[in-house]
Ligand binder design. Structure first.
Ligand SMILES: Cc1cc2nc3c(=O)[nH]c(=O)nc-3n(C[C@H](O)[C@H](O)[C@H](O)COP(=O)(O)OP(=O)(O)OC[C@H]3O[C@@H](n4cnc5c(N)ncnc54)[C@H](O)[C@@H]3O)c2cc1C
Length: 320
């Protein structure tokens, strides 16, 4: 049973922000909020249901402005959006692996960011893809680079009277590619034991820009800046990929939990970095029309050895 609470259902951003400032907890899809209340982790006296606030809803895309994704956009909407697959495949991979289909219809990308979990599946890809977030309140809007939005465990650069309004993503150049790999203990509906996302921009095999983001490797989703600087400006060889993977493993700070020891997570950081860098590099070499196609993951097996995942295993991971 849920504890008793006051429920507000405003239709404007202004009213929603006013209610939040007075202490009401925002609820979008409720897949975190109601679960926490049901389990006794949270007992808010008041909830402000923001689903009716039009300013937080809707998506748009143009080649000039890129993607604008309303905070209320569901994971399912992202998963089914052909343009996301074409330009930001890693985000498709992240959103399509959240929970079950039912959870993806209900849960929002805004809620995934704001719950602050280090395991949030959309957040590593958003970091790798160069996202910005827009927060809005009575003083207007602020645009914040996503990597600066987390200020600590479950903490964000957002004021009491502000709400997350939109997520912005650029249109990447054709010589770029992305990938996300989520490692789970079981094949269905599980949180990431560890996740690595990569974005690469390559010119004639040389790395122009690299972004690597880690899920469940610190108190928040984080970028691995050391590994990125190992890659930037250099020819992308197998040896360089191993060096970057070593830098990721050295930089990540995963903890032990009932899901896994910290040592195993560090090992995964290394091996999954090799996997996603290969996949992102392969996608970078493809035309936009071909980037939407899945690429079977290649797993690291000892120094430079790579093994392709079986087709069935790959399809299972992608379709969840
Ligand atoms: C069975 C199950 C499986 C799951 N599996 C996964 C998984 O595999 N991967 C994963 O990443 N997550 C998973 N989740 C967690 C959850 O579904 C996601 O985090 C989801 O994206 C949350 O979105 P929501 O709209 O339901 O958020 P809500 O529960 O409505 O809100 C979450 C938090 O964000 C705040 N919030 C929401 N919107 C805003 C806004 N616009 N501005 C400011 N604050 C806001 C709320 O106050 C709350 O603190 C799972 C949950 C369940 C129940």
């Amino acid at each position: 049973m849920l504890p008793r609470f006051e429920l507000y259902m405003p239709e404007t951003l202004e009213e929603a922000c006013r209610l939040k400032a007075k202490g009401a907890l925002p609820v979008a899809g409720g897949t975190d909020v109601y679960v926490n209340m049901h389990g006794g982790k949270e007992r808010p006296a008041a909830l402000v249901d923001i689903k009716g606030v039009k300013e937080l809803d809707g998506v748009s895309f143009s080649l000039e402005k890129g993607f604008e994704i309303g905070a209320l956009t569901s994971h399912r909407r992202i998963e089914e959006w052909d343009k996301i697959k074409r330009y930001h495949y890693a985000l498709f991979q992240g959103c399509s692996q959240v929970g079950s289909v039912q959870i993806r219809y209900r849960g929002t990308v805004g809620g995934n960011i704001m719950n602050g979990a280090p395991s949030a599946d959309s957040c590593g890809p958003l970091l790798a893809c160069g996202a910005e977030v827009v927060v809005a309140g009575p003083k207007g809007e602020r645009v914040i680079p996503f990597e600066k939005f987390y200020t600590g465990f479950k903490k964000h650069d957002i004021a009491e009277d502000e709400l997350l309004k939109r997520i912005l993503l650029p249109v990447p150049p054709e010589n770029s590619g992305t990938a996300y790999y989520k490692y789970t203990r079981r094949g269905a509906m599980d949180l990431a034991l560890l996740g690595v996302s990569a974005y690469l921009e390559l010119t004639e095999g040389r790395v122009d820009i690299a972004r690597i983001a880690l899920t469940t490797a610190a108190t928040t989703p984080v970028r691995s800046y050391n590994a990125e600087s190992v890659l930037a400006g250099n020819k992308l060889t197998d040896e360089l990929i191993i060096k970057a993977a070593e830098a990721v493993a050295a930089e990540g700070k995963p903890r032990s939990s009932w899901r896994s020891s910290a040592e195993f997570r560090v090992r995964l950081l290394h091996d999954l970095t090799v996997t996603v860098l290969h996949e992102a590099a392969e996608r970078a070499g493809k035309s936009f029309d071909e980037k939407s196609e899945p690429i079977p993951a290649k797993f690291y097996e000892g120094q430079l050895g790579l093994k392709s995942a079986g087709k069935e295993e790959h399809e299972c991971k992608q379709s969840r």
